[in-house]
Design a protein around this ligand. Structure first.
Ligand code: SF4
Ligand code: SF4
Length: 159
């Protein structure tokens, strides 16, 4: 008898749960003012992602093609799955001093879990999350990106 009562209780609980979900679906169905879904990709030109959306790791550059990356390698060390490779080169300053500069900041998006450790731990605030999410490609190699742009340099005031 107890098993039958439990069985009926479970059925009742399932019907209540189903009704709860369908009630919300039904409300949006008959109330166009409350529509929360969007037609994609028809809205591609006007689509704006919300601020905290993590599409991909990027390195912002200013209008002079300058970034904040010193090539310190901290993001590479902190990335838990080896998605970042830092390649540096040596350069001579006008004063004849040899300095390390970033040659390539390589980002393997195919391995990235978007954990944000690289962005949060960069001491120069050189990384951020971009909002581009259309990264469907035919080869994994296409998901490897060089984040510092060609011909770019570090901003003068970044130490
Ligand atoms: S992005 Fe930041 S943490 Fe990574 S190498 Fe550049 S300055 Fe260092
Ligand atoms: S977001 Fe996380 S997984 Fe992706 S590159 Fe940065 S540290 Fe690595």
């Amino acid at each position: 008898m107890k098993a039958v009562i439990n069985y009926i209780k479970e059925i009742f609980s399932a019907v209540v749960t189903l009704w709860t979900g369908m009630r919300i679906t039904g409300r949006y169905f008959v109330s166009p003012g409350e529509i929360v879904t969007q037609k994609y990709p028809e809205n591609r030109d006007t689509l704006v992602m919300f601020e905290r959306f993590k599409g991909e790791v990027i390195m912002p550059h200013d209008e002079n093609n300058q970034h904040h990356c010193t090539g310190c390698g901290i993001c590479q060390i902190n990335c838990p799955n080896g998605s970042i490779e830092i390649v540096i080169r040596k350069e001579m300053t006008a004063e004849g001093k040899e300095v390390r500069v970033i040659d390539k900041h390589i980002y393997h998006m195919d391995m990235c879990t978007f954990c944000a450790l690289c962005v949060k731990t960069c001491p120069s605030n050189a990384l951020a999350f971009g909002h581009d999410f259309e990264n469907a490609v035919f080869t994994r190699e296409s998901l490897t990106k060089i984040l510092n742009k060609p011909g770019s340099s570090i901003k003068k005031d970044v130490k």
